[in-house]
Design a protein around this ligand. Structure first.
Ligand code: MN
Length: 230
């Protein structure tokens, strides 16, 4: 048989440009807002920990439009986690927090969709989270807004509505580990590269979604992400 290879780079639209941002890797920070850490059973300021999703788990929503995410198999408890996503334009290792801004290409609104029932089971067994976090279309993302246009995002509301009802609300200033700190710490573990996306954690209020639900997430300064579960 002929293998049907598909080597299409995942591209995320860039606001104000006809270029796409080619995704290299997706790194995610767990428990980065105190209230969410508490709802997941954490205590206080723990060192950040990371997990990854495959690059092609990205589901880019068209600029000004709505993405369509298929309800995934093997779960009865698909959860939303609204997050600020940082897109790197310059790589490096052992990046100092005060230099992190130079490595940031832009920002987007993202969702770290989670098969919570599988995650709870995996946690109990001490097993890796991949099947709970890294499934197909598990990373819906809005357009990337260039840092040169929106400046460093250090504070501002981050919100999620499901069918017009607010489910999550936080402020970027309430991150336990700031964006520059995340870049610095992650770059001790990996040589970061242009094209890497960092999902920076979710505020409190995570919960389930169903087929037919409309999710609208927003972060002050970089607009909205709209996704329908189909
Ligand atoms: Mn998350």
């Amino acid at each position: 048989m002929q293998p049907a290879f598909s080597i299409v780079k995942t591209l995320v639209p860039i606001a104000g440009s006809d270029q796409g941002f080619p995704v290299r890797r997706i790194f995610c920070v767990a428990r980065n807002y105190a209230e969410h850490a508490k709802e997941m059973g954490g205590t206080g300021r723990e060192a950040p920990f990371f997990f990854t999703k495959p690059a092609d788990a990205v589901l880019p929503a068209p600029i000004g439009g709505e993405g369509a995410m298929s309800y995934p198999p093997k779960t009865a408890d698909l959860h939303h986690e609204i997050e600020l996503v940082v897109a790197l334009g310059l790589g490096g290792r052992n990046i100092a927090a005060e230099d992190a801004g130079r490595h940031i290409y832009g920002y987007a609104v993202g969702l770290d969709m989670t098969r919570r029932d599988l995650q709870a089971e995996l946690k109990k067994l001490g097993r890796p989270w991949d099947v709970a976090k890294g499934f197909d279309q598990s990373a819906p993302i809005g357009p990337i807004h260039r840092a040169t246009a929106v400046g460093p995002l250090e504070r501002g509301a981050i919100r999620l509505e499901v069918n017009g009802v607010e489910r999550q609300r936080g402020d970027l200033a309430d991150m336990i580990w700031s964006v520059p700190e995340i870049v610095a710490i992650l770059s001790e573990y990996f040589e970061l590269q242009a094209g890497d996306l960092l999902f920076t954690g979710t505020p409190a209020g995570v919960g389930p979604v169903q087929r037919g639900d409309r999710l609208v997430g927003s972060v002050d300064g970089i607009g909205q992400l709209s996704v329908r579960i189909v």
